[in-house]
Design a protein around this ligand. Structure first.
Ligand code: SF4
Length: 287
């Protein structure tokens, strides 16, 4: 959930009828690459074992999860280049984190927080990391090349809303929140005391109120092509093909399907536990 997406309810919601023209197109190489890396990272941190997966296991996870769709028109040599780069990034990630590895308490954690006044915030938290002393931190993996500064991380609306989501989900604040730039291998971690959750909530309400009052000044940005309101937005300068809307949709769809598979697996495990301890009837009773 990038900070550019300061979405709230929009007066035009539901009025938009037009869909992006054309049929589905494959994602860009960057989208496929980021999606593949993300899937491997989720696998790495979502282990239920205390030992870290080895570099070879992580490489195999990348192989199994590699999304080739964005590389369709690319030469074999170029494809290999992208794949090798992903392997290198993950090898460094494994080496960096293996010595202090603790499996995540949750990955791809869905949240849906009601902020009141008909404003909701929904999204996924990439990783919820146990600290070892009963606390937890929140990490968001970024696959862009350049890391942000500590000041930028501290003022990230995204992380502040994640902290709020944690409070809503588990009744307590995380100890820290972090953006982890996996390409340069930099995790920018800031203690929760540096995060102004109240200001983030106020900002969301401010934006929502402004939109409802018709004071919605559009600010074109790189995510315009992904915006639900671009068909009626006076500032939208047209989709010149630079924004990969269907590709982004495909990546999100893949992400949701991965989550669905993980949930189904966990449901089966829990059902087995209940069946073993309480018998088949207990499952029937809970429906
Ligand atoms: S299309 Fe308009 S409303 Fe949507 S993000 Fe771009 S500037 Fe904002």
């Amino acid at each position: 959930m990038p900070d550019e997406h300061r979405r709230a309810e929009h007066p035009a919601a539901g009025r938009r009828g037009a869909k992006p023209a054309g049929g589905p197109t494959p994602p860009t190489p960057h989208l496929s690459w980021g999606s593949s890396l993300h899937a491997a990272l989720e696998w790495f941190w979502d282990r239920k074992l205390p030992e870290p997966p080895s570099a070879d296991e992580l490489a195999a996870a990348l192989y199994d999860r590699w999304d080739d769709t964005g590389f369709a028109d690319m030469s074999r040599q170029d494809k290999i280049g992208w794949y090798r780069h992903a392997q290198d990034v993950l090898r460094r990630h494994q080496a960096q984190h293996a010595p202090s590895y603790r499996p995540a308490a949750a990955v791809e954690q869905w949240f849906d927080v009601d902020l009141g006044d008909r404003v909701r915030v929904r999204g996924f938290i990439d990783g919820v990391m146990p600290t070892g002393d009963g606390g937890f931190g929140i990490v968001d993996w970024k696959t862009n090349r350049r890391a942000k500064t500590r000041e930028q991380v501290e003022t990230s609306l995204q992380l502040a809303l994640y902290a709020l989501a944690a409070r809503d989900l588990w009744g307590r604040d995380p100890d820290w929140v972090a953006l982890e730039f996996v390409v340069p291998g930099i995790r920018v971690e800031v203690p929760i005391e540096r995060i102004d959750v109240d200001a983030a909530v106020a900002e969301v309400h401010r934006v929502a109120a402004a939109i409802r009052a018709g004071r919605f000044s559009p600010t074109p940005n790189r995510l315009c092509g992904w915006c639900d309101f671009r068909d009626i937005c006076p500032a939208f300068e047209g989709d010149d093909g630079a924004t990969d809307v269907p590709g982004t949709a495909l990546v999100e769809l893949q992400r949701l399907r991965r989550r669905q598979e993980r949930d189904a697996q966990r449901i089966a495990e829990l059902e087995q536990i209940v069946r073993d301890r309480l018998g088949e009837q207990a499952l029937v009773e809970i429906g």
